[in-house]
Design a protein around this ligand. Structure first.
Ligand code: XMP
Length: 327
């Protein structure tokens, strides 16, 4: 019988056997996989583990706080946050092409992580001469199968996440989720006492809000999109729709403006796109038929509360032909 307690006990034993008294590093993305992997390793080897979280400024509202406060409080993990917001913004300045943006974000992410890693290794050597030798990866079973997939799978978008690290690492990998599916990982996370905001989180792409602004990424646009996204999430949760929806990207069409009227004045603002999808695995998806009253509430709130937005539109395209994300 599959039971999260048994899997945890088994993995803790395996991790201890692999790592011994060695030092371990784990990058957190804010997502469920890296969080559960880190919590498992912490359960096994405690403070031999140090976690790194990169704030690239493309996160959603509250995400950093959820990692720094909620995750740390529930696990006791040692966490280093790197504030790289300025660095990412200036690297993205003037860039509108989606693939360009993805490449830049991926590159800056690796740079930042490698720098943090080098600092932590130096620190660990200074402590007692013993460098960090292990790196945790939140690789799931479907990731293992997919990357072994070989020919025939066209590369539609260059994906980036914490797993996409360079190959010349001098680390031995620790992958405690390698045999598990997503729902099993969630069950283990709950059993380990992780906060629901992290364990129940819907998929969010590594490049974050950077690929949900169609056009150049700027501080002002990020702030605007973050506000709209927070409203959408709050209303979907309030309506009890979180389990029905696979994810709901909220997209800012930064290069589009349309005429509107508000109060007694003409406006010339940006549209926000809602992209609610239902899916089993993100390979295919259908647009979710959200109740009209929920859509109305979201639309009213966004146009009233988010400065610079005067229109909310609904994406009614399945995947294929549309991808889930707009970029
Ligand atoms: P698309 O847009 O290709 O997205 O239909 C499929 C799923 O993948 C997520 N996604 C990403 N996840 N790094 C990630 O970790 C990425 O670069 C990335 N791009 C897309 C997307 O949110 C959806 O769940």
């Amino acid at each position: 019988d599959w039971n999260p307690g048994n899997v945890i006990a088994d993995q803790v034993e395996r991790i201890r056997a692999q790592v011994g008294t060695g030092k371990v590093l784990c990058g957190l993305s804010g997502g469920v996989d890296s969080a559960v992997a880190a919590a498992l390793v912490h359960e096994a080897v405690g403070d031999q583990l140090v976690c790194v979280f990169v704030d690239h400024g493309l996160l959603r509202r509250d995400e950093r706080r959820q990692v720094e406060e909620d995750f740390v409080a529930s696990t006791g993990v040692r966490l280093v946050t790197i504030d790289a917001r300025e660095q990412f913004l200036s690297a993205l300045a003037g860039v509108s092409d989606p693939e360009q943006k993805r490449k830049i974000i991926g590159r800056e992410f690796i740079r930042t992580f490698e720098k943090a890693q080098a600092d932590l290794i130096a620190e660990s050597v200074e402590e007692d001469g013993d460098p960090i030798g292990f790196l945790v990866q939140g690789t799931l079973y479907p990731d293992v199968v997919e990357s072994g997939g070989g020919a025939g799978t066209a590369n539609i978008k260059s994906h980036h996440n914490v797993g996409g690290l360079p190959e010349d690492l001098q680390f031995e990998l620790v992958e405690p989720l390698r045999t598990l599916f997503k729902d099993e990982v969630r069950a283990i996370g709950r059993e380990l006492g992780l906060p629901e905001v992290i364990v129940g989180r819907q998929p969010f792409p590594g490049p974050g809000l950077g690929i949900r602004i169609v056009g150049e990424v700027t501080q002002e646009r990020l702030d605007l999109l973050r506000e709209a996204d927070a409203i959408v999430r709050a209303e979907l949760t309030a309506a009890g729709l979180d389990t029905e929806i696979w994810q709901c990207p909220v997209v800012l069409l930064a290069d589009v403006r349309s005429v509107g009227v508000q109060g007694d004045g003409r406006t010339y603002g940006h549209p926000i796109v809602l992209r609610p999808v239902s899916s089993e695995d993100a390979m295919t998806a259908d647009w979710t038929r959200l109740p009209y009253d929920v859509l109305a509430r979201i639309s009213n709130r966004i146009t009233n509360e988010v400065d610079g937005v005067n229109r909310v539109v609904l994406d009614v395209t399945s995947k294929p032909p549309g991808t889930i994300e707009w970029e």
